[in-house]
Design a protein. Sequence first.
Length: 156
Amino acid sequence: MAREIERKFLVLDDSYKELAFAQSRISQGYICSARGRTVRVRIRADKGYLTIKGSSDVSGLSRYEWEKEIPLKEAEELMKLCEPGRIDKTRYLVQAGNHVFEVDEFYGENQGLIVAEVELKSEDETFEPPPFLGEEVTGQVQYYNSFLMKNPFSRW
């Protein structure tokens, strides 16, 4: 079973844009957004993805994740089956030490929210924090994309 281990942080400023080595626009919807099990459809640039995630462990650091690239046309068709609401964001990739941070700048009803995530090999792995990292929000459900779809940042 594939495990995703990641930590999530709020972002202090837009210095990540200058540090980014790549960026892409992402649109995603959820076929199922039940707590503890989500089925996500994502379109990133010209590629489609289907992702299934399980519930997080007690710390919020680790959970089951399965992802498969699918043809763009199929992702577009699956988007029609998704629950109401979409996530629209630009993802910036920033190298910091041996890790790549994914910085998501949200649009629409989540405008103003910017979060950074780093994937780790183990829960106790250390990393070099980039200068734009703010408060850690790992495991805080309101920052999960599936939650933001139903309860956008603008309504908090």
